[in-house]
Design a protein around this ligand. Structure first.
Ligand code: 5AD
Ligand code: SF4
Ligand code: FES
Length: 341
């Protein structure tokens, strides 16, 4: 088994059954995490890129089975941060030292590509890189936003298993999701995707397919997180996704895609009090602290017990900086685009 890990460290390739065997064997976990940490160090170095996250609208027309923002959840106070206020949070984040602003929301019909393009152009004037995480759109909309200055786009595939995908995403299609990702890539965005670990009936084989999908797409960023059941969703009684399994999916992704950006996700820290630091020592090199004010954070409840909902942006910045320094890593001062090998 250790040989398979060694092979992946050298060749950055694994077959489906090899990935499954690593996922199935918990005796090799430490070796896997050490190997991913080494590959991370070799290819992207010790610097950690911080991305300032603005959750600007929790209004969503979709109905994903796991997510608290789904339109059928009536037990949530909806909000929308308007354009000027988004720009002011972004400016504040840039003044705090963030070089990338991530604009994330549900699929809120108010925010047409035209409206957001203006906001993107305004934020670009501050000299920040911009990542969008706003869901599925038409090619013309993705293009408009790219032309307005957006640099990166995050759109998780969530699962590549067609049966699970259709089941947990009513009226959505896996084919369209893949089509969106290909369009995003084609338009020149740095492209981010990722999956949920722990969906009901998800198998290790299906997770192996997810990892192979990341590689085939040649994604530039991969975000992995455990499923955290939300009480107001159809998956309320599901078992929480396993932290270690999510970490293993992330670590194997690092072995196979040595030069990409991999965030230590908020969901990881929600299920494990030291989750982000553990992730940063098992292949991750990015953190996305929230830079919106606490009032909104509480309401962006994609899953319960999200971290940092009562903290403010300077508290989170200091908190994460000190954690990063405590493990001997540094905070990057550049944009943190994917390094080419
Ligand atoms: N648990 C964990 N992650 C979730 N997401 C949505 N709902 C949940 C949940 N209950 C993730 C999805 C989405 C990202 C923004 O949040 O993967 O892409
Ligand atoms: Fe909307 Fe995204 Fe939540 Fe699905 S996961 S309901 S698209 S916010
Ligand atoms: Fe928000 Fe630690 S990152 S309190």
């Amino acid at each position: 088994m250790e040989n398979i890990i060694l092979k992946a460290v050298e060749a950055h390739k694994l077959k489906r059954d090899e990935i499954v065997s690593i996922l199935a064997d918990d005796n090799i976990n430490e070796a896997l995490f050490r190997a991913a940490d080494k590959v991370r160090n070799e290819f992207v170095g010790d610097e950690i890129h911080l991305r300032g996250l603005i959750e600007f609208s929790n209004i969503c027309k979709r109905n994903c089975f796991y997510c608290g923002l789904r339109c059928e959840n009536k037990d949530i106070e909806r909000y929308r941060i308007l354009e000027d206020e988004i720009v002011s949070y972004a400016k504040n984040a840039v003044e705090m030292g963030y070089r990338t602003i991530v604009l994330q929301s549900g699929e809120d019909p108010y925010f047409t590509a035209e409206k957001l393009a203006k906001t993107v152009a305004e934020i670009k004037k501050c000299g920040a890189a911009i990542t969008l995480s706003i869901g599925e759109m038409d090619e013309k909309d993705y293009r408009l936003l790219k032309e307005a200055g957006a640099d990166r786009f995050l759109l998780r595939i969530e699962t590549t298993d067609p049966v699970l995908y259709e089941k947990f995403h009513p009226k959505m299609s896996l084919d369209n999701r893949i089509k969106c990702l290909k369009t995003i890539k084609k338009l020149g965005y740095e492209t981010g995707t990722g999956v949920l670990v722990g969906l009901p009936n998800q198998t290790l084989e299906s997770l192996a397919d997810d990892i192979l999908f990341f590689k085939e797409l040649n994604a530039d960023m991969i975000g992995i997180g455990p499923l955290i059941p939300h009480p107001n969703t159809p998956l309320k009684d599901a078992t929480q996704g396993d932290f270690t399994l999510a970490l293993k999916v992330m670590a194997i992704t690092r072995l196979l895609m040595p030069d990409i950006n991999i965030p230590a996700t908020t969901a990881m820290e929600t299920v494990n009090p030291n989750g982000r630091i553990i992730a940063l020592q098992s292949g991750a090199n990015v953190v996305m602290p929230n830079v919106t004010i606490s009032d909104y954070r509480k309401k962006y409840e994609i899953y319960p017990n999200k971290i940092c909902i009562n903290e403010d942006e300077s508290k989170c910045r200091n908190c994460i900086e000190s954690k990063i320094i405590s493990i001997g890593r540094k905070i990057s001062t550049n944009f943190g685009f994917r390094k080419q090998i």
